[in-house]
Design a protein around this ligand. Structure first.
Ligand code: AP5
Length: 208
């Protein structure tokens, strides 16, 4: 199964992907996480991501595709993947089609998680991440256990100003992808507001 988890920044893609990995038996591929790992490694490629990510802008397509292609070559992605944060532009969606078609695969479903901007800001500004594992928390909605409280950090791009910028990028460049997939009948819209288990149930229903 190749599943695209779609939605604006903070919609809960990463949070829900973790659970789906267990249920579907395929890995989560988050281009945002891959980019943060590349930056942390100090590589030249990682340095090229810095400018865009620090401004809340999308990284140019050609830089993203290289990361994605390399990740898809790993054994654990041989039978499918949960794409989280990819594709972000129509050309990225076209590239994904080409790559998957070369593997005799195709996107099977696009689950679009819908959350309004005010709630996205609240979620993102309150998000905390455990760098060692990538585990995601929220200071109110999903607080880290006491023993991790001083180990979690805030992502650099998790400010209200940058969320607004990222949301603009989403509306202008990413949301149009829904039409691209809707023509093939692949899109299922899911209300992303509610507690984690409610949203999870809606996603499961969208995958049934
Ligand atoms: P990326 O890392 O992909 O970030 P994003 O899409 O902006 O999404 P987020 O990770 O912010 O949100 P999410 O939907 O995963 O929400 P989460 O589950 O964490 O991208 C970052 C940057 O990298 C981009 O700006 C761009 O520069 C670059 N980039 C990445 N991919 C790219 C690409 N393909 N092309 C070009 N550039 C690219 O949840 C958010 C918070 O809400 C958490 O605290 C969580 O605990 C909480 N939460 C989750 N669900 C709920 C709920 N139901 N109720 C209450 N709280 C909830």
């Amino acid at each position: 199964m190749d599943l695209v988890l779609f939605g604006p920044p903070g919609a809960g893609k990463g949070t829900q992907a973790v659970r789906l990995v267990e249920n579907l038996g395929v890995p989560q591929i988050s281009t945002g996480d891959l980019m943060r790992a590349e930056r942390a490694s100090g590589s030249e490629l990682g340095k090229r991501f810095d400018d865009y990510m620090n401004k809340g802008q999308l990284v140019p397509d050609e830089l993203v595709v290289e990361l994605l292609t390399n990740r898809l070559k790993k054994d654990d992605a041989a039978k499918g993947a949960i794409f989280d944060g990819y594709p972000r532009t129509v050309p990225q969606a076209e590239t994904l089609d080409q790559i998957l078609s070369g593997l005799n695969r195709a996107v099977g479903r696009v689950v679009a998680i819908d959350v309004a901007l005010d709630e996205l800001i609240d979620r993102i500004v309150g998000r905390r991440v455990l760098v060692a594992t990538g585990q995601v928390f929220h200071i109110r909605y999903n607080p880290p256990p006491a023993e991790l409280a001083d180990k979690v950090v805030q992502r650099k791009d998790d400010t209200e100003e940058l969320v607004r910028k990222r949301y603009e990028e989403y509306l202008a460049k990413t949301k149009p992808i829904l039409d691209f997939y809707a023509k093939r009948g692949l899109v299922r819209e899911v209300n992303g507001v509610g507690d984690l288990s409610e949203v999870a149930q809606r996603i499961d229903a969208a995958l049934a």
